[in-house]
Design a protein around this ligand. Sequence first.
Ligand code: FAD
Length: 323
Amino acid sequence: MSDILVFCEFAGGRVKGSARELLGKARELCDGDDVVAVVIGSDVADAAAGLGALGADKVVTVDDSSLEHYVPTSFASALSQVVDDVSPDVVLGSASVLGKDLFPRAAALCDASVACDVTDLQEGDDGIEGTRPMYAGKCVVQVSVDSDPKFFTVRPNSFIVDGVEAGDGDIEEFDAELDDDPGYEVLEIESSGGDVVDLTEATRIISGGRSLKSEENFGLFDEAAGLMGAAVGASRAAVDAGYAPHSMQVGQTGKTVNPNLYIACGISGAIQHLAGMRTSKVIVAVNKDADAPIFQHATYGIVGDLFEVVPLLTEQLRQVMTD
Ligand SMILES: Cc1cc2nc3c(=O)[nH]c(=O)nc-3n(C[C@H](O)[C@H](O)[C@H](O)COP(=O)(O)OP(=O)(O)OC[C@H]3O[C@@H](n4cnc5c(N)ncnc54)[C@H](O)[C@@H]3O)c2cc1C
């Protein structure tokens, strides 16, 4: 039983999808105690108003024009002040790029510890514990956090949340003391991906490897990705060859993804690639080599030429979507 504070990431006028799964999981774990959401940013009131429906009993907002963009020191300071005020047992956030930067900073300010990138949370002997893949997913460990509160970042798409009990969602504006000179100034935010789905949050991904042979050939995935609402990923070999930008790289030195569906096309299944995607719930491999290692990890395997299989898949998707 624990009061749980959930940091809900806010960007582009809305809270990110990770808020839904974190609040849903918090509701499941709180066992009658309070689930409190915190939203930090500028003009967050509208977004905060929807969090009761996702399970928050209370929503604390830190709303200041200086927080329009992520400023590490200001956000860490604001979050730590909210933690001091709410005194939760557990603080949850997404293991997004922002969350991975913010949580260790905020935990340090609260003299607390953080377990990063957990894929599950459960009640243990010493309160809430996490489950975390280690050594590129070769083993899974239980992590208990020996501090009060306990901070956890959770890998996106770790929980399937259905039919969450709504909370009151009472909104409380928190007047955080913010440093006039936080030591950072955000001059410009440049999005590398435009409107495409962020790989680390995507629930479906279609990825290509060296076998794509050119940047243009990556366009083969565009229609299928659009029809499925999927993000497009790449192996490092494809990135190194200049077929795809590094922002699309999945793996040990790229992004860690955790979608419901991962379709690997012409990817051999090297350990460094698996490190970034092996926790995907369903893995489909398309490879013309029946002995490719990826098939040992695939839920479904198609032995075939991706240049034939992907157009057939796209055609099937088109039919399903227009029926
Ligand atoms: C320190 C380190 C870090 C690394 N980090 C990463 C990382 O983050 N991510 C990553 O992906 N890799 C990483 N790598 C590289 C990794 O070891 C592999 O070299 C890489 O993943 C291979 O990419 P690939 O599967 O696209 O290419 P290949 O290994 O060349 O495999 C191509 C596959 O495509 C199949 N194929 C060929 N043509 C077709 C076709 N027409 N239709 C269907 N199948 C076809 C082949 O049978 C083969 O299995 C790292 C390596 C090191 C040493």
